[in-house]
Design a protein around this ligand. Structure first.
Ligand code: LLP
Length: 420
């Protein structure tokens, strides 16, 4: 029977062995993305580094896999840093991002000896300088600049408007110089370079090129005004992936190659040099490699809608409820049957917005059928919740016809462990 296999394992075997809802990653797809990024993001003019934005999905097994490919890690909290420490990844390749890092998180990262802090604002810079002095720990810093480029994506995941909460706006020279001057005085902290990130799920290459061009002009200005040269530049992440048939993103490897070439040319024109170019893909590394398998429970017609209810919902994938994100799915055991009925795929959470796919044509579905949603590998598990006390699903890696559990299903007991 024709069926959907993930990493060579068919969905029914996965469901029988691990239960549903279940997140399954095709491990080979993750490795391919990692390889493509590392191979193509390279230059003979400067060093390069691919850093995985772990907010997309963090797990010890994944971190080990990526670290083995030479990839670094962007973490935004003590929790993500802890995961990197548990995975035993090289701390020199860890970049600590995020606004409003707590003193405790900063101290934890200093003690762990991470490679870089990506500073968000002047107050954070002052706190970091103080804490590094107190603990006599050295570290490098990138300063996050908001280049003010508006890319076409959902407002909630746009990060580069002039009033964005992230980074220091490129025109705000007072704050930028304040950070540069403070770090010049610090015996423990060195300004290694600058960082920018313009948003997420961005399909068009032009927005990235615009941001890169703007940041290189900014570097030229820093050279003129502050005598800074040969610094590191991170261009962030945000590369879009394919969710539905209409999406046509530039493949990650090609995007990486284009950006390096673009940077080389823009640097030549502007007369500045950089020592390293960094990129931080999250979604593009794991998104399309991930699938969620559900079991269909009850079904009903309500008004004009044919509802299929699945055994998970917004608690394991909030992206449709939050961003109107679109997905596609199949009934893996009816793979070759003609789609003939329009369904709305809803979850079991207590909320009208608990919809996973608003409208999709599928073959006639029955209770007990499996339903597999594609491209759930990024910001699915990492944004999952215990809403309605649903346990988070298990996560499995599948490869060469074999599946292995990497995160267990959350039990009722797991949820009540913290109750006092
Ligand atoms: N670097 C920085 C500084 C970021 O803020 C982000 C994402 C990334 C890299 C990685 O972006 P990616 O390559 O994954 O697009 N929850 C939203 C996405 C929020 C992204 C936040 N920052 C979603 O589900 O679409």
């Amino acid at each position: 029977m024709e069926t959907l296999r993930i990493g060579g394992v068919d969905c029914r075997s996965l469901a029988d062995e691990f239960g549903t809802p279940l997140y399954v990653y095709d491990e080979a797809k993750i490795m391919k993305q990692a390889d493509d990024a590392v191979l193509n993001f390279s230059s003979d003019k400067f060093d390069t580094e691919v850093v995985y934005a772990s907010k997309a999905f963090s797990s010890v097994a994944l971190f080990k896999l990526l670290a083995a490919q030479g990839i670094g890690f962007d973490v935004v909290s003590g929790g993500e840093l802890y995961c990197a420490m548990k995975a035993g990844v090289g701390m020199d390749k860890v970049y600590f991002h995020g606004n409003n890092k707590s003193d405790q998180e900063i101290e934890m990262a200093l003690d762990a000896g991470i490679g870089y802090f990506v500073i968000d604002n002047v107050m954070e810079c002052n706190r970091l300088v103080g804490l590094a002095e107190k603990r006599k720990r050295s570290t490098k810093v990138l300063l996050r600049i908001n280049p003010g480029i508006s890319a076409h994506t959902h407002e909630y995941i746009m990060t580069s408007k002039p009033d964005s909460k992230f980074g220091i706006y490129i025109e705000n020279k007072e704050h930028i110089y304040n950070v540069i001057d403070t770090l010049k005085e610090s015996p423990y902290i060195r300004l290694a370079g600058f960082h920018s990130h313009i948003g997420s799920q961005i399909i068009d290459a032009e927005s990235f090129e615009k941001a890169l061009g703007t940041m290189i002009e900014f570097l030229a200005e820093m050279k003129r005004s502050k005598g800074l040269d040969n610094l590191e530049l991170s261009i962030g992440g945000g590369f879009g992936i394919k969710y539905v048939a209409e999406d046509d993103p530039v493949p990650l490897g090609q995007m990486c190659a284009n950006l390096v070439r673009y940077a080389e040319e823009a640097l030549k024109k502007s007369g500045v040099t950089i020592s390293k170019l960094i990129t931080e893909p999250g979604r593009a590394m794991v998104g399309e490699a991930g699938y969620t398998i559900y079991t269909i429970g009850d079904m009903k017609k309500s008004g004009d809608k044919n509802y299929i209810f699945v055994d998970g919902g917004m608690s394991d994938n909030i992206r449709h409820a939050l961003y109107d994100a679109e997905y596609t799915c199949v009934l893996p055991e009816k793979f070759s049957k003609e789609p003939q009925i329009s369904y709305c795929i809803a979850g079991k959470n207590c909320e009208s917005g608990d919809i996973l796919i608003a409208d999709i044509m599928l073959p006639e579905a029955e209770t007990g059928d499996l339903l597999t949603i594609y491209s759930t590998g990024a910001y699915g598990y990492s944004m999952a919740s215990n809403y309605n006390r649903l346990g988070r699903p298990a996560v499995v890696f599948a490869r060469d016809g074999k599946a292995r559990l990497i995160i267990k299903r959350e039990t009722y007991e797991d949820q009540y462990r913290l109750e006092v």
